[in-house]
Design a protein around this ligand. Structure first.
Ligand code: GAP
Length: 453
């Protein structure tokens, strides 16, 4: 069972330290959020799972971590300066601004007026000045997608790794969009993270690879605990495709506020590498690209048999980290009845995503022997480098179990007076709530098995 409302998730996230509103003490800043002590762990775990599956578990992908600030020429050639915009309308009565495609019945959501301006394009890219003189002559964009920095590094990666087609470049990092109406918690924000793979293939094999990546990405989301019944595929209609795309399949998820895009898998053809290449005429580029007089590089590969140069096609699975965090939180959130009118909130996260892998709880807060032993066990388990293990020294076992159910800790380990005598502890399982005694010597193996489950 998932959360019923976004409010339930927002409340849990604030109460337990997953996600806070940015600069809340000054009234916040719209469309921006901060990840708290548990949120940063969950987010890192999700990114690590993506990196492992995309880079380590494949033999045809390299990683990259590029700059956020981007030379304006890149985003001019990529088409973002001209086309990366939303249609904006103003309400003539209350002066509010809205995205035209988000309006119901063409009415202002704020005052209900129908006295709206015609839609006009509003470019979503953030600009900032570069260098000490702020006169507009030297500026950079904050990247609106991580992808462009992958394309501009294409030759660097090929030359330094001797890769041949098909191969991919993966990157996780921040992207910025001046969204007209940021909303629905971390679903639509102005600063967010993307996990993007640009997978370069030969023209002609692109459709086969597109199908492959759609399937592979759905399987990955299922491995993160997202149930198949919460996912749907949307084949984006031709007239709604981004300027670079020949075909896009959106992986849609049933968020608490409705069915919306979690990840897009696009066939970007040879548009991007073609757009950033010099001598475009010699390259037989399929896509319609803007003339490029500034690039000093040919982003193409040479066929070893014919010696001809060709610009690879690109298949791009692009997922939002923040939307991913929201989806896995929503899927894991559960309020369970325990009988006799009692209930518990439990976050049934996949253990590899849990912010805390195990909590070690001394039965009595002020008992030095128990507390010292708890820290010894914590240090042993922490040494396995499987993620965060902590000592929960509250002195209240019931409260500690409830807290750790709510934040998704797979196991709690209680150290009591019997432990001092026979070296056994009580292991309590988050999902079944069952308790059993185990030898301290077996804990490392038990935790490893739990995290691989
Ligand atoms: N490079 C392709 C690209 O950026 P996109 O569909 O615009 O395509 C990819 O974005 C993913 O980034 C989306 O599926 C979504 O998960 C995430 N995303 C986009 N805009 C976002 C926003 N304002 N807030 C949070 N996530 C966003």
């Amino acid at each position: 069972m998932a959360a019923k409302t976004m409010e339930e998730l927002v409340s849990l996230c604030k109460r337990r330290g997953f996600i806070f509103q940015t600069n809340e003490i000054y009234g916040g800043l719209q469309g921006l959020f901060d990840y708290g002590p548990l949120g940063v762990e969950l987010k890192n775990n999700l990114k690590q799972a993506w990196w492992s599956s995309m880079v380590y578990e494949r033999d045809d992908v390299e990683g990259l971590d590029s700059s956020i600030l981007t030379n304006p020429e890149v985003l001019k050639q990529s088409g973002h300066e001209d086309t990366f915009s939303d249609p904006l309308v103003d309400c003539r009565d209350c002066n509010a601004r809205w995205r035209a495609d988000h309006l119901e019945d063409n009415k202002c959501p704020s005052c209900g007026s129908e006295n709206l301006t015609e839609p006009r394009p509003f470019n979503l890219m953030f600009k900032t000045s570069v260098g000490p003189v702020d006169d507009g002559s030297s500026f950079a964009y904050l990247r609106p997608e991580t992808a462009q920095q992958i394309f501009t590094n294409f030759k660097n990666v090929i030359d330094s790794t001797s890769r041949s087609l098909p191969f991919g470049i993966a990157q996780i990092g921040k992207a910025f969009r001046n969204e007209v109406t940021p909303r629905n918690f971390i679903f639509r924000v102005r600063e967010f993270e993307q996990m993007e793979l640009e997978f370069f293939v030969e023209k002609g094999s692109d459709e086969k690879w597109h199908d492959f990546w759609v399937k592979s990405r759905v399987d990955w989301w299922k491995d993160q605990g997202v149930s198949e019944s919460s996912l749907e595929l949307l084949h984006v209609p031709k007239e709604e495709l981004s300027h670079y795309s020949k075909a896009t399949v959106d992986i849609m998820y049933k968020f608490p506020h409705g069915l919306e895009e979690l990840e897009g898998v696009a066939n970007r053809t040879d548009f991007d590498l073609g757009s950033h290449s010099k001598n475009q005429k010699d390259l037989k580029i399929t896509a319609k690209v803007r003339e490029n007089k500034t690039s000093n590089s040919k982003l193409a590969v040479q066929n070893r048999e014919t010696n001809e140069w060709a610009v690879p096609f690109v298949i791009e699975p692009s997922a939002g980290v923040d939307r991913g965090v929201l989806a896995v939180l929503n899927e894991a959130y559960n309020v369970e009845g325990l009988g006799e009118g009692k209930q518990r909130t439990v976050l049934s996260l996949k253990p590899h995503l849990s912010p805390i892998k195990a909590a070690v709880i001394p039965l009595k807060k002020n008992n030095e022997e128990l507390v010292n032993l708890a820290y010894k066990i914590k240090n042993q388990l922490q040494g396995l480098r499987l993620g965060r293990v902590l000592v929960e020294n509250s002195g209240n076992i019931g409260k500690s179990y409830r807290r750790h159910d709510e934040v998704g800790t797979p196991i709690c380990i209680t150290v009591d007076f019997q432990t001092l005598e026979d070296g056994t502890v009580t292991i309590r399982d988050r999902d079944t709530m069952e308790q059993e005694r185990k030898d301290i010597a077996d804990l490392a193996q038990l935790l490893k098995e739990k995290l691989l489950a």
